[in-house]
Design a protein around this ligand. Structure first.
Ligand SMILES: [Zn+2]
Length: 151
């Protein structure tokens, strides 16, 4: 595992995670580790530090303190964070989405759960610089003040 990723200074934000060697698509890289939160105990997203906070599908969360939490956001990611089916407690791993060259920064789409569109763009702006950059690290599908009516 340690041979697949390396931590370096990032051009995006702070330190980031980089491929230590050429990687195929679908490679499991590193587990998202940190302080566990039970369902209902999750802190609100209040400042930039909380981009490390990962919400899992069972309602629990992880405040990331390991290497995986250093991976930066991009709107056109080369990695994704996927839950390990059947694991208890639920574990999440960073996987490659496509082949990645040695030295490329490993990035995933945070899709932060921010309900307010204005706040999402003001407080959670994205500067990934990709052609498809949507301008925020938040998940646009969750905006409650979106133009489309809630179902
Ligand atoms: Zn972006």
């Amino acid at each position: 595992m340690a041979a697949k990723v390396v931590v370096k200074k990032s051009g995006l934000h702070g330190r980031g995670l980089f491929a230590a060697c050429d990687l195929e698509a679908g490679v499991r890289l590193i587990e998202y580790k940190g302080v566990r939160y039970a369902e209902g105990e999750m802190p609100d997203l209040v400042d930039e530090g909380h981009t490390r906070f990962l919400r899992l599908s069972d309602g629990t969360g992880i405040d990331g303190t390991g290497w995986a939490a250093l991976a930066n956001h991009a709107c056109e990611p080369n990695c994704e964070l996927a839950e390990e089916e059947g694991s208890r407690p639920l574990r999440a791993w960073l996987h490659t989405l496509r082949p990645v060259r040695k030295g490329e920064e490993l990035v995933w789409d945070y899709r932060l759960q921010v309900r307010c569109r204005t706040e999402a763009y003001a407080a959670w702006a994205c500067a990934c610089g990709g052609d498809a950059c949507r301008g925020t690290m938040a998940d646009p599908e969750l905006f409650e003040d979106a133009a489309t009516p809630a179902g």
